[in-house]
Ligand binder design. Structure first.
Ligand code: CAA
Length: 380
């Protein structure tokens, strides 16, 4: 397995790193405080091709590979996890399933707007009573001839406040459980669709996380995505792809925290010398560096399997997401510890990184769900 980055991947990494440092880092603390969705930077990112990374050029995408998408998610998350997850959701949870499972008409209708930043995408899986167990969702879709009528409420939806296009999951046949779920492309202007409560989150605070309410929501028949009854497979495959990018988000948060802690350890003096000279601080720096590197390699392995055309990379995506999430929480905790009292203050970015890191262990399948997936795939 060769994990050396190609010239193109290095070029994209450097370009995104420069953009992230110049355009995103300066507003990261501000949007964490205000919870204002960063529409302007997301538009600029779309202009750089970062909102349709793996989508072919004929639909307005950048036509790059999944490893490059992971690198982009890492670089953005290194300075701001809010921008990182907006990038991951738009690319892998909305544009990707429309491309992968969509008809030619659906691709032509929705992808150019998503990739150009004219519209923003989101996904609606989770409900108030269906989190780790999406098969227990209560949203229904009833076939009315030329359209479906959707009823239900989705919760914890990243991008919801600003999104125009949603991939929504509902039961067309609730009796059939996994085989009775279907996916739909829903537009924010579809009759009966509205945005509910805006969540006040601990971290990733400017992600426009809201409820979605479908009250007799009319969705045209042609917006069924991937065929009736295939919704569970659509959601599971899409999550396999997206877990790679959320793993990359964990790597980015970890790298950002490690960089900040290393800088601080070299500058901050106690007992007459920089604290980085003390072995107990070095112990933390070493753990942070080793875990971050290991997480990155796991993310690259999962992405390279997808790039190589593997049908299933469920186990590798779950391992990458699980390890990177645990790493992000452990590394940011140590970064705060190295900063001492300053790390507990909003004056220093590691305080925000520690709060942001926690969500990586929760969304797109908790660490416990990843372990279930890893164990099932290993024992298969
Ligand atoms: N790819 C394709 N098909 C898959 C699959 C995969 N990765 N995983 C399962 N399937 C298929 C199975 O083969 C099976 O098909 P058959 O009936 O034909 O045999 C069917 O789906 C049912 O599979 P399971 O019996 O394994 O299903 P389950 O109900 O036990 O669930 C689970 C498995 C892995 C625990 C799943 O419920 C899960 O992943 N839960 C976590 C949910 C989650 O990640 N939610 C995230 C919400 S989105 C989000 O967080 C976005 C955000 O905010 C940024």
């Amino acid at each position: 397995m060769d994990f050396a980055l190609t010239q193109d991947q290095k070029m994209v990494r450097d370009m995104v790193r420069e953009f992230a440092v110049n355009e995103i880092e300066p507003i990261a603390a501000e949007i964490d405080e205000s919870r204002e969705f960063p529409k302007e930077t997301i538009k600029k990112m779309a202009g750089l091709g970062l909102m349709g990374v793996v989508i072919p050029e004929e639909y307005g995408g950048a036509g790059m590979d999944f490893t490059t998408l992971a690198i982009i998610c890492e670089e953005i998350s290194r300075v701001c996890a809010t921008h990182g997850v907006i990038t991951a959701v738009t690319n892998s949870l909305c544009a990707y399933p429309i491309y992968h499972f969509g008809t030619e008409e659906q691709r032509k209708k929705y992808l150019p707007a998503l990739t150009s930043g004219k519209s923003l995408g989101a996904i609606g899986i989770t409900e108030p009573a269906a989190g780790s167990d999406p098969a227990s969702m209560e949203t229904t879709a009833v076939d009315k001839g030329d359209h479906y009528v959707l009823n239900g409420t989705k919760q914890w939806i990243t991008n919801a406040e600003a999104a125009d296009v949603f991939v929504i999951f509902a039961y067309t046949d609730p009796e059939e459980r996994h085989k009775g779920m279907s996916a739909f492309i829903v537009e924010k202007d579809h009759e009966g669709f509205s945005i509910g409560k805006h969540e006040n989150l601990m971290g990733i605070r400017a992600t426009g996380n809201c409820e979605l309410i479908m009250d007799d929501c009319k969705v045209p028949k042609e917006n069924l995505l991937g065929g009736e009854g295939n919704g569970f497979k659509v959601v599971m495959h899409t999550l396999d792809v997206s877990r790679i990018d959320i793993g990359a988000q964990g790597v980015g948060i970890s790298q950002g925290a490690l960089d900040a802690a290393a800088k601080y350890a070299k500058e901050r003096e106690q007992f007459g010398r920089p604290i980085g000279k003390f072995e107990m601080v070095q112990d933390m720096i070493a753990q942070m560096a080793a875990q971050t590197d290991a997480a990155r390699l796991l993310v690259y392995r999962a992405a390279s399997l997808k790039d190589g055309g593997a049908e299933r990379f469920t186990r590798e995506a779950a391992i990458a997401k699980y390890f990177a999430a645990e790493t992000a929480v452990a590394v940011t905790r140590m970064a705060v510890q190295i900063h001492g009292g300053n790390g507990y203050s909003k004056e220093y970015a590691v305080e925000r990184m520690y709060r942001d890191a926690k969500i990586v262990e929760i969304y797109e399948g908790t660490s416990q769900i990843q372990k279930i997936v890893i164990a099932r795939e290993t024992l298969r």
